[in-house]
Design a protein around this ligand. Sequence first.
Ligand SMILES: [Zn+2]
Length: 245
Amino acid sequence: MAAGGRGRRRRRLAGLVAALVASAACMVEPVRQPAEPTGSRQPASPSAEVTRADGTDTVEEFQQDIADAQRLAERYWTEQFQASGQSFRPIRRIIPYQRDGEVSCGGQELPRNNAVYCTVSDFIAYDVNWSFGAFRQIGDAFVFYLLGHEYAHGVQTRLGIRYNFTVQQELQADCMAGAYLGDSVRAGTLILDDGDLDEFNEGLLAVGDDPGQPWFAEDSHGSPEQRAESFFRGYERSLSACDLG
Ligand SMILES: [Zn+2]
């Protein structure tokens, strides 16, 4: 997917997207409610389908990648929970939106240029135009990362994980997103094309906080190096590297 001129174009534009992502992603996460007990709903039966991140950048491909990333994440976390004898309740909904305030989480309207996991209502919402722009500029790997990161917040909620500092919560979500992607690649359920790992790396370096951002601030997500380190630690070593307890 990173072949030739298109790959170079994406790299050049990555910084532009970066600013958006850094200021926006996961900005609104009004949480602080205990996880509900896991329900009995079972996800779709696991199939032998293989997802291929194949680098085209049409709207149809974007929608397909969102759906694939959701299915892959549900399947992955279901298997992880089952391995420890628990059932997994998939995140209730994935909601695309286009306008400021079109979607609310816990009474707080979600602004454009954002993607969030809403703990109180158990959904992921993403600005479809913003996400599609990032998808075209960074590459399709971005969609799998974005869904993986937000999905990880839903898993943290189910596990009752709540750190004192936002940055800890965010870096762990990056690690979990890395683990879900790395494990899926190792299991053969996700096939990456040449350049996808570079896209992850560039995307993560791009979404890191600015140097002046205090690590303890409410909206801190970690420095570019911290985010990339967390993601690839999970990618290479799986969930045991993510301090899930
Ligand atoms: Zn986050």
